[in-house]
Structures are given as structure tokens and as C-alpha cells.
Design a protein. Sequence first.
Length: 229
Amino acid sequence: MKSSFAALAAITLAALTGCTQGTPGGPGTAAKDPAYGQTDDTFNLSVPVLSSNLHQGAQKEATIGIKRAENFDEDVVLTFADVPKGVTVEPISPVIKHGDTDAKITFKAENGAALGDFKVKVTGHPTKGRDAQIEFKLTIAAKDMEAEQAMHDGNVVSIIGNKLVMTSKEDGEHSHTMTADAKLTLDGTACNADDLKPGTRIRVTTQGADKSVVNRIEGLDKNLDFASL
């Protein structure tokens, strides 16, 4: 009876872990698999078991782990395929160094990112040997229109590319990243970033949990009040 219970437990454990293991990589994959444990000179990637939820217009950090077998001590480059439309992964090709146990990545979803459940294919490419693969479950949900908005007043220090540096009495000098669809106005009229000169009085609007990301900048030159008031 005890042996039957032990066998059932082993089968159940294998069922729970096997679906998230993916396929191993490394030089040792050419060898015959051992009766138990991990083949020498191989590695496996690991991802969260449950699907990670990401709202349109938001971003989320995730961790890709690595389990190294004996004698495997190589750098592993990660690449991503089947990423949903409107979603990007940063960095594009992160590296798990030989002394590290994981790599941090960030999924960023545009406002119009495709909705639904997806399986992002994660590939780990070692210096030598076969690649390892695993699937990262990602769910893209509709934009949270009730996400908290915050406004900050101050003055432009500089705008270079999508990076805004501003200064305010409360927070001193600090920086923000502008979204690709950020709305810029000057005295209530649409403008370009070049029109917001250093010293221009501005109000920036951030949305969601990441207050360093700006989706609206209102500048004042001649008008006394912001357009949103």
C-alpha cells in the first residue's frame, strides 16, 4: 500500500513540474538521460508557473531563472519569440552570466496591444551545446481606465528623445520617460518636444503604478492657466 502511494505521489509530482520545465540545453543533452536528476553539463530555464497579467499601456517585470547541472558554467543568452503584437521585451537579449541564477526582464504593452492569453517562447542559447526552451504564459488585459493619475508641476530642464528632465520646488530635479503616444501641448495647442524650451513651466501627467512614465505634458508660455484646469 505504501509503495503504491509513493508511486502515485511521484507521478503527481512529475505531472506538476513537467509542464513548466521546457526542454534542457547545453553540451550534455547528447548524453543519455540519468534515471533521476539532471543530466551532467546541461541547464534548464524556469519561469513563473501561473500566467503573468499585463494591462495595456503598462509594464511588468519578470524573472527567468536557470538551473545548472554539474559541470555547466556557461553564459546563456535569452531570446523571445511569439511575443504578442504591441508588446516588447526589454532588454531584447538579456544574458544570464555564468555566476548568476536568473535574469530580470520587463514586458511593456502599448495602449493597443493585442488582448488575450499568449505563450511567449523563451530560448536560452549557451556558448556551446543545444539551446534550451520554455514557454512564458502572458495574459494581456484591457487598459485599466481607473488607474490612478498623478500630476506634477515644474519647469523643463531638458527634453532629449523620450527623456524629460524637469525641476520642481517639492522634488527638485527628476526625470521621466515619455510614452510613444504622449500628448504635448503649449498654451493648450498641440506642439512638439522642441517647443518646450528649458525653463518652460509644465504640468506632467503620469498614469498607473510607474510614476516615472509620462503620457501628457502641458506647457505654459503666454497663458496663465493650464488647459486641464
